[in-house]
Design a protein around this ligand. Structure first.
Ligand SMILES: Cc1cc2nc3c(=O)[nH]c(=O)nc-3n(C[C@H](O)[C@H](O)[C@H](O)COP(=O)(O)OP(=O)(O)OC[C@H]3O[C@@H](n4cnc5c(N)ncnc54)[C@H](O)[C@@H]3O)c2cc1C
Length: 293
């Protein structure tokens, strides 16, 4: 098999343009599975693991930029305080061995509706920077996923980085249900991000639609409950009732568009996103309130 090992982004873009039919390989935890089983035989591989720029991550005060080659192990260990939902999601990816090599760029490019990074990126309103010899462009996470296994990436484009906005005061949660507790693809997953400063709520859902989904009506519902027009400060959060939380969770359930498959039925998936939504909302609100005291 042909093999290229670029050592800079500029070289990577050049090789990608010259060999668009070759496959990119980062951690190899997705692409090597069909290759090992003989179901896929790319004419060549372009190895991303020696491009140092892709392994960088930095916080600039407003956002965390994460190179596409950053592994879930690094995200799990180093981004707990800065991108909590994403770090929680990272912790559920495969095993420690998988997390040591699986990258966020590979997760995005695979574009599985079950990719664990995706709900957190949706909830946090992340954006994806992609590049080719034609230039660099930024794609909103809401426009990145097109259909199962397909993203907005053009054939010659490479995911360079992901930018995750970091509000001054945010509380976030991630929940995932699988057929067992570890080493499992999700039956349903959910991320919730509350931006207490900007008064915005983000809800991302995984494995309950053809692509990762946003739940806009649920977001508006929780925003109205947390910050009602006739209340100031934390009054909305303080007066939140169990029925309010269930109203939000019901809106999340309504946003899901699941199917029956080997991992679970559509009805079960609707049920678990509702349960996860209520649980995550209670936790994120309680944490936000305790930090305000
Ligand atoms: C045992 C096991 C358990 C797993 N558990 C989970 C899990 O719990 N949750 C989960 O979400 N996933 C899981 N996965 C899937 C996989 O680990 C993740 O999707 C991972 O993030 C893929 O990243 P990678 O770097 O290994 O990608 P690779 O396998 O190297 O590449 C995946 C695809 O993305 C393309 N690609 C890679 N990088 C780029 C880039 N920068 N730009 C454009 N295209 C690119 C490749 O060409 C390929 O098509 C598991 C896999 C295994 C084998």
């Amino acid at each position: 098999m042909n093999y290229a090992r670029p050592t800079s982004v500029a070289e990577l873009m050049r090789v990608r343009a010259e060999r668009p039919e070759w496959s990119l390989v980062a951690g190899g935890t997705d692409i090597m599975v069909p290759i090992n089983f003989g179901r896929r035989r790319p004419t060549g591989l372009i190895d991303l693991s020696h491009v140092p720029e892709l392994a960088l991550h930095q916080f600039d005060g407003d956002a965390q930029t994460i190179g596409s080659g950053v592994t879930f192990g690094v995200i799990e260990r180093e981004m707990r305080s800065i991108a909590p939902a994403l770090a929680m999601a990272a912790r559920t990816v495969g095993s420690p061995q998988i997390r040591a090599t699986a990258t966020i760029g590979g997760n995005l490019a695979t574009s599985s509706p079950a990719g664990d990074a995706h709900p957190a990126l949706v909830a946090c309103r992340a954006s994806v920077e992609v590049g080719s010899v034609r230039g660099i462009r930024t794609i909103s996470i809401d426009d990145f996923f097109v259909s199962p296994g397909h993203s907005a990436l053009e054939p010659d484009e490479v995911v360079l980085s992901v930018k995750v906005p970091v509000p001054v005061h945010t509380t976030q949660q991630f929940a995932k249900v699988g057929v067992r507790n570890a080493m499992v693809i999700s039956v349903a997953s959910l991320a919730l991000a509350i931006d207490w400063t900007g008064r915005r709520v983000g809800v991302g859902l995984g494995s309950v639609g053809p692509t990762p989904l946003r739940a806009p009506e649920a977001e508006r519902c929780l925003e109205r409950l947390l910050w009602p027009e006739d209340a100031t400060g934390r009054a909305g959060a303080e007066s939140m009732t169990a029925a309010d939380i269930e109203a939000f969770a019901g809106q999340v359930r309504a946003a899901a568009a699941p199917i029956d498959d080997v991992r679970g039925t559509a009805n079960y998936r609707r049920h678990v996103v509702q349960v996860m939504a209520a649980r995550c909302a209670r936790r994120a609100i309680a944490e936000g309130m305790s930090q305000c005291r």
